[in-house]
Design a protein around this ligand. Structure first.
Ligand SMILES: [Zn+2]
Length: 77
């Protein structure tokens, strides 16, 4: 899966974005995905899982690793 560095559909800033799972017409950055009010209902948040967020809030390094793992999983499925 490719991460694009483009304009986020939510915050309108240029950041790495991914296509939203719930709203495929939107491209979301990691920040907007994490704070998304619909995240609890989202079966597959494109930026990190819920458990990984808690970890990544503490350490940036772990956030990067979580993202790597997520991308690996997406790439192999
Ligand atoms: Zn955004």
């Amino acid at each position: 899966m490719t991460i694009f560095w483009e304009r986020c559909s939510i915050c309108d800033k240029h950041r790495p974005i991914k296509q939203c799972w719930l709203h495929p017409e939107r491209d979301v950055c990691s920040y907007c995905c994490i704070i998304c009010p619909e995240r609890d209902e989202c079966p597959n948040p494109v930026w990190f899982t819920r458990v990984q967020i808690r970890v990544s809030a503490k350490r940036r390094e772990e956030k990067a690793r979580a993202l790597e793992e997520l991308l690996k999983r997406l790439g192999s499925s």
